[in-house]
Ligand binder design. Structure first.
Ligand SMILES: Nc1ncnc2c1ncn2[C@@H]1O[C@H](COP(=O)(O)OP(=O)(O)OP(=O)(O)O)[C@@H](O)[C@H]1O
Ligand SMILES: [Mg+2]
Length: 315
């Protein structure tokens, strides 16, 4: 895959304050890239530079091969940006709002009505066509804002915390919408500090903290690099201590933990072998009369990855 976004030593100061510190980022075309970091990490700063709204203090960035400092107009045509706040628009209907931005992007007047209808339908706001934008709910404003980013049919969408403040249903709908956009061939960069929000829809993630990129790549690779061994969980209905002892003595087993929380009795086994070692562990448990009702690899989620990567960096 070719990179649609690339930054080289991207740096940004606000006065004395270093907000972005030599950021080297790559987003492959077609990816849904989750840009994750705590408040003040530099997410919005990065996104504003990539959309040419802010100039870097040092380094360079390219969008679709175009320089954000030397080819600003071309970059703007390639990117749709959804900022983290909707802004204020006086006496404007949803259709007029989109028409306003269509004009700003030089969409010919004759093409606008059909385009606006299509976009309103895409974000499920057809029934709000003639409603004042300021009367829309937060979730509807988010969707209208997303429709706006699509008005010039950009290759790349940069969405700054699109899910913040949305109720669970609206979040699911947003996720569906992003999936649809991906099917239409868009690359999507999306920021959040709520990791579980991104967990299901990202193909790649970047973790940023204090202006420094701590990890970046496809989700599976990052998980592997953070967790060189695998962890398996067995739910046990026979004696759980005995099960732990049997597991501890198995080959390739690094550690065994007995979990006695509110959940079902179970053991967690860290293992550094291949699938044969895992299978041998299970065989050993069963042949030692350990009664197992569930045995599965533990899938670590983004929340865990994030805590792991930022370990020791956050004071
Ligand atoms: N206009 C500005 N003037 C001065 N400092 C700024 C400005 N904008 C951002 N900063 C500082 O730069 C750093 C990065 O801010 P940025 O808004 O990029 O973070 P963020 O990751 O988007 O945070 P959040 O999750 O809160 O949106 C912060 O320390 C912030 O205080
Ligand atoms: Mg921000």
């Amino acid at each position: 895959m070719t990179a649609i976004v690339e930054t080289k030593n991207l740096t940004r100061y606000y006065g004395e304050h270093l907000a972005l510190n030599h950021l080297n980022l790559q987003i492959p075309a077609g990816a849904v890239y989750g840009f994750i970091g705590p408040n003040g990490a530099g997410k919005t700063t990065t996104m504003r530079i990539l959309t040419t709204l802010l100039r870097p203090s040092g380094g360079e960035a390219w969008v679709a091969g175009l320089s954000v400092t030397h080819q600003r107009a071309e970059v703007r045509r390639a990117v749709g940006f959804m900022p983290d706040s909707f802004g204020f628009y006086n006496n404007m209907t949803a259709a007029e709002y989109l028409d306003f931005f269509a004009a700003a992007y030089h969409v010919p007047p004759a093409r606008r009505p059909a385009l606006i209808d299509d976009l309103l339908a895409l974000v499920d706001l057809g029934h709000k066509r003639d409603s004042d934008v300021m009367s829309l709910s937060r979730g509807m404003k988010q969707r209208l804002s997303l429709a706006r980013t699509l008005i010039h049919d950009p290759q790349l969408l940069i969405l700054d915390e699109p899910a913040s403040g949305l109720d669970p249903r609206a979040r699911v709908e947003l996720r569906e919408l992003l999936r649809e956009l991906r099917r239409l061939g868009k690359t999507i960069m999306i920021s959040s500090h709520i990791l579980t929000e991104l967990a299901e829809m990202c193909t790649h993630i970047g973790i940023i903290e204090r202006g420094t990129l701590l990890a970046s790549g496809d989700v599976a690779t990052i998980m592997r690099s953070l967790r060189p061994h695998r962890t398996f969980v067995a739910h046990v209905i026979s004696d759980v201590q005995a099960a732990a002892e049997v597991a501890t003595a198995a080959e390739h087993v690094l550690a065994v933990r007995v979990l006695n929380d509110d959940g079902p009795p179970r053991i967690e086994v860290d293992i550094d072998g291949d699938d044969h070692a895992v299978s041998a562990l299970l065989t050993r448990l069963v042949s030692h009369q350990v009664e197992i009702v569930h045995f599965a690899a533990q899938t670590s989620n983004l929340e865990e990855i994030f805590l792991k990567v930022t370990e020791g960096v956050v004071g």
